[in-house]
Design a protein around this ligand. Structure first.
Ligand code: ADP
Ligand code: MG
Length: 360
């Protein structure tokens, strides 16, 4: 287990700048998810930590030592990729022991490491099989086993579950989390999937276009996204965004949207007349005959545990998570309300948050 500290990391490929000064301190034993849309620089950052790419500027510190000039094999890290990259002609046992064999470790030590890893990952019955005789989930487990036997200070994961089908991804998500709870190895986990980040990580780092937008625990990001990007990225279905103009009257703040005046939190750091965005999560909208929002139902999706509605207010689409027994028909007019303590307000121009933390 080691700390990892990034200080003002930059990376350019030729004349193209892709990482614009990223600083991040990761605690010993912490599980950090780097999440962001495709192309935002997650893999590049991870590969620099691994030593597979050199930063153009900045320092990388692992366990208190600057490692910029160390080869990957000397950094005490192990990486698990999306493509399992197993050797097809080797058995599971050989795949897992290969790195230790290369290092000429004593046979007893190798056998012990492989048998421990295989026990943790439930691979005992598959040790003599070749990868082609394994399922996708089992192959990914072997890839993790190969990382575990090296007993690294830091695990680096780059979208390790992306090749698996949805059901298996959910299973493996839990397995990786269990693994971390057991081994407590500092882990950096790259994903574009906010659900993976939310469910697995101690701390989430949201990246966009080569920069960190916000870092915090899953619930910090959910309850208090600092800007529109994070608000739209964290949470599924996505937060609804209503665009309007702030009107501040006596003791009351409102947002004018279409012909409605929507109640806003009182502590807004925005002036009268300013353009703003009101963010309301789908789980915070309620069907309410007295509600101020006047919407037309477009799509009804029963999920069993809850029912999702897609409604329109003028040209703006609103998603709503309603009770499973909700009866609504496409074309029907409904009224919706929200609790003003649960909404998020953003400055339309800068995208920055201008309201206090929302209550859960
Ligand atoms: P992510 O993993 O978040 O999808 P990447 O780190 O792979 O994003 O890529 C970030 C950006 O850097 C992308 O625009 C990508 O095209 C560019 N990039 C990555 N590797 C190289 C490379 N070896 N040469 C040139 N551009 C690269
Ligand atoms: Mg990537």
């Amino acid at each position: 287990m080691a700390t990892v500290a990034l200080d003002e990391i930059r990376k350019s490929f030729g004349t193209v700048d892709v990482i614009h000064g990223v600083s991040l301190d990761i605690k010993q034993g912490e599980f950090v998810a780097l999440v962001g849309p495709s192309g935002c620089g997650k893999s590049t950052l991870l590969r620099m930590i691994a030593g597979l790419e050199d930063p153009s500027a900045g320092t990388i510190n692992i366990g208190g030592n600057v490692v910029n000039d160390l080869l990957p094999k000397d950094r005490n890290i192990a990486m698990v990729f999306q493509s399992y990259a197993l050797y097809p002609h080797m058995t599971v046992r050989e795949n897992m022991s290969f790195a230790l064999e290369l290092e000429k470790r004593p046979q007893g030590e190798i056998d012990k490491a492989v048998s421990e890893a295989s026990g943790i990952l439930g691979l005992d019955d598959y040790l003599d099989r070749r990868p082609k005789a394994l399922s996708g989930g089992q192959r990914q487990r072997v890839a993790m086993g190969r990382a575990i036997v090296r007993n690294p200070e830091v695990f680096l994961f780059d979208e390790p579950l992306s090749n698996l089908d949805a059901k298996l991804r959910t299973v493996m998500r839990k397995e990786v989390k269990r693994l971390h709870q057991r081994l407590k190895t500092t882990s950096i986990y790259v994903t574009h999937d906010q659900t993976e980040a939310m469910t697995m990580a101690d701390r989430i780092v949201v990246m966009n276009a080569g920069r960190i937008e916000q870092a915090g625990t899953p619930l910090q990001l959910y309850n208090r996204p600092e800007n529109l990007f994070v608000a739209g990225f964290i949470g599924a279905p996505q937060m609804n965004m209503l665009h309007g103009r702030i009107s501040i009257g006596s003791g009351m703040a409102g947002l004018t949207h279409a012909d409605m005046v929507l109640e806003m939190p009182k502590d807004l750091a925005l002036q009268d007349g300013h353009e703003a965005i009101l963010g309301i999560r789908p789980e915070h909208l309620t069907i309410d005959p007295e509600g101020v929002l006047n919407a037309v139902v477009e799509v009804v999706e029963p999920m069993g545990i809850e029912t999702h509605l897609t409604c329109m207010i003028g040209d703006t689409e609103l998603r709503l998570i309603a009770a499973p027994e909700t009866e609504a028909l496409p074309g029907q007019h409904i009224r919706l309300s929200y609790n003003v303590s649960q909404v998020h307000v953003f400055d339309q121009t800068t995208g920055a948050r201008v309201s206090a933390r929302a209550e859960a």
